[in-house]
Design a binder for this molecule. Structure first.
Ligand code: NAD
Length: 480
């Protein structure tokens, strides 16, 4: 059985205490490999190697850092099929999705930050009348920690690692223990691209052991985390008193607001995608759909008809729209919300059942599910489900829908469908989220700030925001 290893100091290594975890294939429910459950000792080993690499890497020219990052990007592109197959096998997502979204985006992350670092500039301020000039240095932080979730494994892992490396830091990174495979394969690519030993170290294991050892390490000076809100709160509790820099990208419960004046077909097709792409396991999915009352019945009929056409199937089949959920416990959690909805007077309009895929009967498959709810206060409208379940309900006025959209603890993203300019401006301004999409969904320009407000996190990733996070500003004031 294949065993994934830690990538420390450019080498693949077994965990020091020889503890291993099973790795499941979500499409058939079988264990297909093992991964290290790394201990404090492994993290310390990774830290030692990162620390000694830092001196050289932080002084490596921007052109050279850029060249290596772009080389990693190119190698990911060359290995697209291999990485996409590994991602799909490990996560349960359709292979086609991994091929067009996950792996290309991971490659783009390296290319983008490889280029961005050559354009990153710091400021200078002339103190007029005081004969002084200030200039601000943007210095690498040192050894930083990057911790990522299972839903977009390599995509989100590299979204942190690439800017951290571009900015001259050395990294200790931990992918989700549920989806470790592509992070493991990334080590090989980094070696081939000529990334010096110790600059990137990848340790595998549970959040409570390996992750915990990273966040409590006294000399890991910044933590970039993407994952659940409860985990984010725990990390803040541990890391804040140690004065670590923190970037926390957390959960969401995003509203999808549909007005009668929208481009209906475009809205309908995109709404199917924003509801169920990646089995609904994207932090940006619009899981609360609010529809203007005048088109509610039409939308309900058309939407349900389209959702019924989605094919749940084995991730490697070309015609599969919805693959397997990531794990058995996650499937159980998501399913439980269907009963919760029913108990709260929700009406299941379609879906709601597990699917038995022929030949893969023990896989974690669930029908895409649409639930009509009568109140915005119900649990399925307030709690993050993170699976193929959306709710729909009608609204009458802009103010009413704005109130409901903002009436959750989360604030990651919102989608707005309308052709009315004044309404667009007003609602975009007043929605309590870090991201608003108007007449589109998940259109990403990597230069833009990415992140949430309220329980969806603190800090912004993307573009120069990420490079600012991964550097310390130091002002130098010179009197002349
Ligand atoms: P999770 O919080 O359970 O785990 C995320 C990572 O944190 C994993 O690598 C895990 O091992 C690690 N971890 C867990 N406990 C830890 C600890 N004590 N110390 C250090 N690390 C620890 O989240 P998940 O279930 O993997 O991912 C799903 C969640 O991620 C959802 O809530 C989703 O909304 C969120 N998410 C947010 C974004 C965003 O950009 N805001 C993107 C994707 C996913």
């Amino acid at each position: 059985m294949a065993r994934i290893k830690n990538y420390i100091n450019g080498n693949f290594q077994n965990p020091i205490l020889d503890n291993w975890l099973d790795n499941y294939n979500p499409s058939n429910g079988e264990v297909y490999g093992q991964i290290p459950n790394s201990s404090k000792e492994d993290v310390e080993k990774a830290y030692t190697s990162a620390k000694s690499a830092f001196k050289l890497w932080s002084q490596t020219t921007l052109e050279e850092r850029s060249r290596i990052l772009i080389k990693i990007s190119e190698l990911l592109e060359v290995n697209l099929q291999r990485f996409a197959e590994a991602e799909s096998l490990d996560n349960g997502k359709p292979l086609n999705l991994a091929k067009v979204v996950d792996i290309p985006r991971a490659a783009s992350n390296f290319r983008f930050f490889g280029n961005a670092i050559t354009q990153f500039a710091s400021e200078s301020h002339e103190s007029v009348g005081h004969q002084a000039i200030n200039y601000t240095l943007r210095q690498s932080i040192g050894v930083v920690g990057c911790i990522s979730p299972w839903n977009l494994p390599l995509y989100l892992f590299t979204w942190k690692i690439a800017p951290a490396l571009a900015a001259g830091n050395c990294v200790i990174a931990k992918p989700s223990e549920v989806t470790p495979m592509t992070a493991y394969l990334l080590g090989e690519i980094c070696n081939e691209a000529g990334l010096p030993e110790g600059v990137l170290n990848i340790v595998h294991g549970l959040g409570t052991t390996t992750g915990q050892a990273i966040i409590e390490h006294p000399n890991i000076k910044a933590i970039s985390f993407t994952g659940g809100t409860a985990t984010g709160a725990h990390i803040a509790k541990v890391a804040a008193p140690m004065f670590k820099k923190l970037s926390l990208e957390l959960g969401g419960k995003n509203p999808n607001i549909i007005f009668a004046d929208c481009d209906y077909e475009d809205m309908l097709n995109t709404t199917v995608r924003s509801s169920f792409a990646n089995q609904g396991q994207i932090c940006l999915c619009g899981s609360r759909i609010f529809v203007e009352a005048s088109i509610f019945e039409k939308f309900k009929k058309d939407f349900v008809e389209k959702v019924r056409q989605l094919k749940v199937g084995h991730p490697s089949n070309d015609d599969t729209n919805i693959g397997a959920l990531v794990s058995k416990p996650h499937l159980e959690k998501v399913k439980a919300y269907i009963d919760i909805a029913k108990n709260e007077n929700g009406t299941v309009l379609c879906g709601g059942n597990e699917v038995s895929v022929k030949g893969y009967e023990n896989g974690y498959y669930l029908e895409p599910t649409v639930i009509e709810v009568t109140s915005d206060e119900c649990r399925v409208n307030q709690e993050e489900i993170f699976g193929p379940i959306v709710t729909i309900m009608p609204f009458n006025t802009e103010d009413e829908v704005l109130e409901m959209a903002n009436n959750v603890k989360y604030g990651l993203s919102a989608t707005l469908w309308t052709n009315d300019l004044k309404r667009t401006m007003k609602l975009s301004n007043q929605l309590q989220t870090g991201i608003v999409w108007v007449n589109t969904w998940m259109m990403r320009d990597l230069r833009t700030p990415f992140g949430g407000v309220k329980a969806s996190g603190v800090g912004r990733e993307g573009g120069f925001e990420a490079l600012r996070f991964f550097t310390e500003a130091k002002n130098v004031c010179i009197k002349y």
